[in-house]
Design a protein around this ligand. Structure first.
Ligand code: ARG
Length: 591
């Protein structure tokens, strides 16, 4: 396990040093080094520096260039334009660096020497309710972040803050007590499936709701059940547990389809903080952070006001004595910082809850539960839209069932896989397996390749298309690298040859391969998985160009060149595979 600094990082250091040598006050200034089409890299940092030093930028650039002697990573340095530095690295440096990456299981990606503890709150559906596309986003994004952070060495605690508590359970429990067989598994082929669980819950929910709305006496009994539940009455809790268990069967079936691992121990829903609620309120009140207003315990903020100009408080305890969503989240913060010792809290939750988190974090800061050493971030995601540009709904205006959506994605992907697969002789089993990996990958990739805050259109045709920014395109590039190895003759092996000059397509591919660790680090810092998605898409495109321009097994330069190109294929394949795995997407060997 050896971290391999990228060429870009090595150059960055050298250019910084040269800047500081030319302008002593520039110590620590960013050279603004970027990949560039004109040379390999371009540094634009001289411009700003010249402005501040009131110097001629071109002259200053020439001075910096002079302080940047050629060495094993600095090839040519040229001043261009108003004072840019164009830097080319030697071919040998590219190949040698890539060889170091290939020799490392982690492809040269460093693991943090001083990992922190990050709690990721994601995949939080609600008990007795159907999951919707919003839950899909939270799950897919959260799962990718967990993988990326863990890969970077961070200690990650996963928390699925499911909605398993609240007044609606009074109604559900009371109804089930009065109609004890409503959740029974009636037998039949699919009676134990997740879908069957959901439809039983859904039916019960609707009947309970109808009765609740129509029958005052039932409403009263339901309200009293809420009190029993909060007081921890054993019979009430046992009935409540049936709802949770039944819902979990359903959640797990969806997550299984989604190929996302959810561990039971990480499901700590709202109910998990029930024992802390009274104390949380008490502490807030004692510290003067929360005050009673119109019978409710509230926290006020100077800068948060409604349309009427009236302050909008965060309500921690309602007038009827009940605790709401906020009290639970505040208790969860106490647990996560004080018991789990987290220094970073991430919440992968719909953008519509932004105000809630703003108020909760601010309250927790005032209460001293979030200290300066702790970062709390809501990572808000946008809405999934239908092709009509409106929030994704069925024609009947109902929210779309997640399972149907996933099934359809898999069906479409299987058709795409079958078409090519029949030509390359895939078995029926391979077509089915690949269809699933491609279809689920497509759904995840469409989500992850969109920057978090943006809405996106759920368009299966586009998602499973072979052309364009899709996971299938990347998966094909991976499969192509594998197919080259299957076709290689005995003795044709991947070997790096730093002495060989690189063709333009090889250089472009090589420099991009070298940037993998930087791309991963960037995502771990910004929590923006779409950066990794776009890195991988670009890698697949560069590989496609390389494949078109540079014959591998029949390379004109003979054996060393065959070996060198196989080496590039090998590293490309491993990087694509590792990169997609970090996004939770699988890579079939044959497509
Ligand atoms: N269950 C909530 C929902 O479906 C999301 C929970 C988000 N997490 C949290 N700690 N509040 O909207």
């Amino acid at each position: 396990m050896a971290s391999v600094p990228s060429l870009s990082a090595s150059l960055q250091q050298r250019v910084s040093a040269a800047l500081a040598a030319a302008v002593p006050s520039a110590v620590g200034a960013d050279p603004l080094l970027r990949r560039s089409d004109r040379a390999d890299f371009q540094a634009n940092g001289v411009l700003g520096l010249a402005k501040r030093a009131k110097a001629n930028p071109r002259e200053l650039a020439a001075q910096v260039a002079a302080a940047l002697p050629a060495d094993e990573v600095v090839g040519e340095v040229e001043v261009s334009g108003p004072g840019f530095l164009n830097i080319t690295v030697p071919d040998a440096a590219i190949t040698a660096n890539l060889a170091r990456r290939l020799a490392d299981d982690r492809l040269g990606v460093p693991a943090k020497p001083d990992p922190g503890i990050t709690v990721v709150d994601y995949a939080q559906p609600n008990v007795a309710k159907e999951m919707h596309v919003g839950h899909l986003r939270s799950s897919v994004i959260g799962d990718a972040l967990v993988r990326i952070l863990e890969f970077g060495g961070e200690q990650v605690v996963r928390r699925h803050h499911i909605g398993d508590w609240g007044t609606q359970f009074g109604m559900l429990i009371q109804y089930l007590l009065e109609h004890p067989h409503e959740l029974d598994h009636t037998g039949g082929a699919d009676a134990d499936s997740g879908e069957a669980s959901m439809s039983r819950l859904d039916r019960l929910y609707k009947s309970a709701r109808a009765l609740f709305d129509a029958d005052e006496a039932f409403k009263d009994r339901a309200r009293r059940k809420v009190v029993d539940l909060q007081a921890g009455d054993p019979e009430t809790l046992a009935t409540w547990q049936r709802f949770v268990d039944e819902s979990k069967i359903y959640f797990y079936s969806v997550y299984d389809k989604l190929d996302i691992e959810i561990r039971d121990a990480d499901i700590v829903g709202e109910s998990g903080y029930n024992d802390m609620l009274v104390e949380t309120c008490h502490l807030l009140e004692k510290a003067g952070v929360a005050v009673w207003s119109n019978g409710a315990l509230c926290v006020f903020f100077d800068d948060i006001k409604g349309k009427d100009g009236e302050p909008v408080p965060l309500i921690v305890r309602k007038t009827d004595g009940g605790f709401g969503y906020a009290a639970t989240d505040l208790s969860a913060i106490r647990n996560r910082t004080q018991d789990l010792h987290a220094d970073t809290l991430l919440y992968v939750v719909d953008v519509r809850q932004s105000l809630h988190f703003r108020m909760v974090f601010e309250t927790a800061r005032r209460a001293g539960w979030l200290t300066d050493g702790v970062t709390a971030r809501h990572l808000p995601f946008g809405t999934v839209l239908g092709k009509d540009g409106k929030p994704f709904k069925t024609r009947a205006g109902k929210s779309v069932r997640l399972e149907d959506l996933l099934d359809e994605a898999v069906a479409r992907a299987t058709a795409v896989v079958r078409e090519k697969g029949e030509k390359i002789g895939l078995t029926e089993q391979e077509i089915t397996d690949n269809g699933r990996q491609v279809g689920i990958g497509a759904v995840k990739y469409a989500d992850l390749s969109t920057s978090l805050g943006r809405d996106y259109v759920f368009d299966l045709d586009r998602m499973v298309s072979l052309n364009g920014d899709t996971s299938v395109y990347i998966q094909y590039a991976y499969a192509r690298t594998r197919s080259i190895f299957r076709k290689a003759a005995e003795g044709q092996r991947p070997v790096a040859h730093p002495e060989l000059p690189l063709a333009p397509a090889e250089r472009a591919l090589g420099l991009h391969l070298d940037a993998f660790a930087d791309a991963v680090a960037e995502v771990a810092e910004t929590y923006e998985p779409h950066r990794l998605a776009s890195y991988l898409f670009q890698l697949a495109s560069l590989f496609t160009t390389f494949y078109e321009q540079c014959p591998v097994l029949t390379a004109e330069g003979g054996e060393p060149q065959v070996e060198q190109r196989l080496f590039l294929c090998d590293l490309t394949g491993r990087t694509l595979r590792q990169g997609l795995a970090l996004l939770g997407i699988r890579t079939p060997e044959r497509l």
